[in-house]
Design a protein around this ligand. Structure first.
Ligand code: ADP
Ligand code: MG
Length: 143
């Protein structure tokens, strides 16, 4: 079920959409957000806005090398970058499944982990339309 489609014209606007979806996620008790989109689409920018609602003092940077950044709060946030994850073994070795149930999980490069998605999640796709223009689509997947 698609519940949002927006065009943004700068990174700040994408952050604002991230914040809007974070409010929705809290209200609806969702716990997993899978981000899709190419390099430079704005997944990290989106996550910065998203995090500002969940853990207001979070200082979001890309977990490209660390794979996961953890932000503890009233509701904790776990920000993954799956760019270098190629199979189930790689996910097991970072203890991915131990994060379930501990807070909200948001994953960049979800294209790489189709086998690890939960039964229900929020799917967010960011598409580059131009240098600064992005189309952001959000939908609920699963039961
Ligand atoms: P990703 O995590 O998808 O690789 P980033 O969020 O790290 O992407 O980077 C997005 C880049 O694109 C930033 O340099 C940002 O300033 C730029 N940008 C330009 N327009 C937008 C927009 N509408 N939304 C998000 N980022 C944008
Ligand atoms: Mg990124």
């Amino acid at each position: 079920m698609k519940f949002l489609e927006k065009i943004t014209h700068c990174a700040d606007e994408t952050e604002t959409v991230g914040a809007e979806i974070a409010k929705y996620v809290l209200e609806e008790n969702e716990s997993f957000v899978a981000l899709y989109g190419d390099l430079g689409a704005g997944k990290t920018a989106f996550t910065r806005g998203f995090a500002s609602v969940i853990v207001p003092d979070a200082d979001v940077c890309s977990p490209t090398y660390t794979i996961v950044n953890e932000y503890e709060g009233e509701t904790s946030l776990f920000h993954f970058d799956m760019y270098r994850i190629e199979d189930e073994d790689a996910l097991d070795s970072i203890g991915f499944y131990d994060y379930f149930g501990r807070g909200i999980i948001i994953t960049e490069w979800s294209e790489n982990i189709p086998f690890a998605l939960p039964e229900r999640y929020v799917r967010v796709t960011i598409e580059k339309l131009g240098d600064d223009e992005r189309k952001i689509t959000a939908e609920i997947c699963g039961k």
